[in-house]
Design a protein around this ligand. Structure first.
Ligand code: G4P
Length: 535
């Protein structure tokens, strides 16, 4: 394959994730994007298939008990020559750490807002991660078929809270019972919203009426038309026009409107992703000790593990490492190496179509391949043909909950330590070992991670673990210009010093306030809430 073909294959891929606050409509939108993209045929399949898969493979009990999906997957579909890789992120807010990591594998994100609610806490949190990584964002304002906030107020809120320029691509006419559709500000065509009659099947097809045509008077009343003209003129005059460069560098968000449930505005969004969202990015790496930028068109196959999906088949304890391909044309049967010298022959790479998986023969930059393994790979590992390319940037996030793990039988303490290390390598939870004593402190971003950990330790390791309150409420990774400064600090704060899984120094705070205080008193020490490990 020539460099040109490789660049063309990479160039037609759009790898993106959807971020939202629970209930804003992410699942409904995902389903309808897949439908509009022809990936699935029947509405309800995202959930329905999820159900069968869970029953069929006896997916983790916790998922069934709680009816939530705790693991992210990838959905690939092709439309008009564009390959979309939709990285599904867990909906439950407790699983934000998983969501964060999935975002490291995405080139862009769709932010779904409920038109009645605007920016909600979880949206803000996820947005911060996107900003940290310069991930460009398209905003989709959902549920226009319900009574919504004024669009100017919504866009103002996005502008204020996220410090982003907002460029509406469409402009809505009314909302709720008075929702008539939306005007494409680029070509002045009106996309008509039709409320389906009872029992009528809706499609993603929308009638387009030019604003200059007489027919527009049949779509809405004179008053509504006048209001649309006025507000859309105001939007054009008062808000910035869409600028592709500003969007791609992360300072502007184009805004789309619609109703995922009513299948309205979904194809427009898909076209927006195809047209505006960036193709696979060039990625920072370290090669033989030197900082380099890896282009997708580089011949060598490289990638990184952003997620481990465990227990797809509990009988075989298989682990599937989700690898985001960064460069090169991957072929089935290739041998890829980690930077610490492990070589893996990838003879059965998996590809994900909605909830099905199948063996794939080749993959290109932007694609995600599932590499089955027995624990050789961990989150953050880099893979390449040479074993020399190391990607930086799969972050660990400072845990918000810290608990002490204990087993009733003291003879099993060693066993517990090993099991917790394994889980931390997989990224289920984090593990901290205080410098003094033999406590095992488990950290998580969300409480549900503890339930998953407990369930897995029981099922896979036969351990009945207890989580007790720990004296700590927050953790920060610490570093300093001079080693002596760091050592002096740790010496002075021995009882609150610890190491993470990789042996990196950590300060355990009794309260978040204490961390701020200690930080102020020790200006030579850096306290960080995220840690990026080179893989
Ligand atoms: P999430 O994944 O972001 O948590 O949201 P999800 O899609 O599950 O949607 C949350 C609720 O909002 C669902 O209703 C869904 O039907 C509804 N919804 C999503 N998009 C729209 C929309 O465009 N318009 C309207 N009116 N509702 C929308 P539910 O009653 O909680 O669940 P369900 O019984 O309908 O599944």
């Amino acid at each position: 394959m020539t460099v040109h073909d490789l660049a063309a294959e990479a160039g037609r891929r759009r790898t993106f994730a959807i971020i939202s606050h629970p209930d804003a409509g992410k699942t409904t939108l995902t389903e309808n994007l897949l439908l509009a993209g022809g990936a699935i045929r029947l509405a309800g399949e995202v959930r329905a298939r999820g159900e069968t898969r869970r029953t069929r493979s006896d997916w983790m009990k916790i998922e069934r008990e709680r009816g939530i999906s705790v693991s992210a997957s990838v959905m690939t579909f092709e439309r008009d020559g564009v390959v979309f890789n939709l990285l599904d992120t867990p909906g439950h807010e407790d699983f934000s750490e998983d969501t964060y990591r999935t975002l490291t594998a995405a080139d862009s994100a769709i932010m779904v807002l409920d038109a009645a609610k605007g920016i909600e806490p979880q949206t803000l949190k996820l947005f911060e991660v996107c900003r940290l990584r310069d991930i460009p964002i398209i905003t989709f304002i959902n549920k226009l078929d319900r009574e919504a906030q004024d669009p100017f107020a919504l866009l103002d809120e996005v502008h204020e809270k996220l410090a982003l320029d907002v460029a509406p691509v469409f402009w809505p006419a009314g909302s709720g019972a008075r929702f008539r559709g939306m005007l494409d500000l680029r070509d002045d065509k009106f996309h008509v919203f039709r409320r389906p009659e009872a029992g009528e099947k809706t499609t993603h097809e929308t009638e387009l009426v030019p604003m200059a045509s007489n027919h527009i008077a049949e779509v809405m009343s004179d008053g509504e038309l006048e209001e649309l003209r006025e507000t859309s003129d105001l939007a054009r005059a008062g808000l910035p026009a869409f600028d592709l460069d500003a969007y791609r560098e992360g300072s502007m968000t184009p805004v789309f409107f619609g109703s995922a449930l009513r299948k309205f505005g979904v194809t427009e969004l898909l076209d927006g992703i195809a047209g505006y969202a960036p193709p696979p990015r060039t990625q920072k790496a370290v090669t033989k000790g030197e900082a380099t930028m890896v282009e997708p068109s580089k011949n060598e196959v490289t990638g990184f593990v952003f997620k481990i999906q465990a227990n797809m088949d509990p009988k075989h304890r298989d682990r599937v490492a989700m690898v985001r391909v960064v460069s090169g044309r991957f072929r089935r049967g290739m041998t890829l190496k980690t930077t610490n010298g492990k070589a893996l022959n990838v003879h059965a790479p998996l590809m994900f179509m909605a909830q099905d998986r199948e063996i794939l023969d080749e993959a290109f930059p932007g694609d995600v391949i599932g590499v089955p393994n027995h624990g050789a790979l961990r989150v953050g590992d880099s893979l390449s043909e040479s074993g020399q390319v190391s990607y930086v940037g799969i972050p660990n996030f400072a845990p918000e909950i810290l608990k002490r793990a204990r087993v009733a039988d003291p003879l099993k303490q060693k066993h517990l330590k090993k099991a917790l290390e394994g889980m931390a390598e997989e990224g289920v939870t984090q593990l901290f070992r205080p410098v003094i004593g033999s406590d095992l402190i488990v950290g998580a971003v969300g409480a549900l991670q503890f339930d998953v950990l407990e369930e897995r330790l029981r099922a896979e390791n036969g351990l009945d673990v207890m989580f007790e309150q720990s004296p700590y409420q927050a953790a920060r990774w610490i570093s300093a210009e001079s080693h002596a400064d760091l050592e002096a600090f740790m010496d002075k704060n021995k009882s609150q010093s610890a190491e993470d899984l990789d042996g990196a120094p950590v300060f355990l705070g009794k309260t978040a306030w204490e961390i701020g205080y200690v930080q102020e008193k020790n200006p030579k020490v850096r306290f960080t809430a995220t840690k990026e490990r080179a893989g």
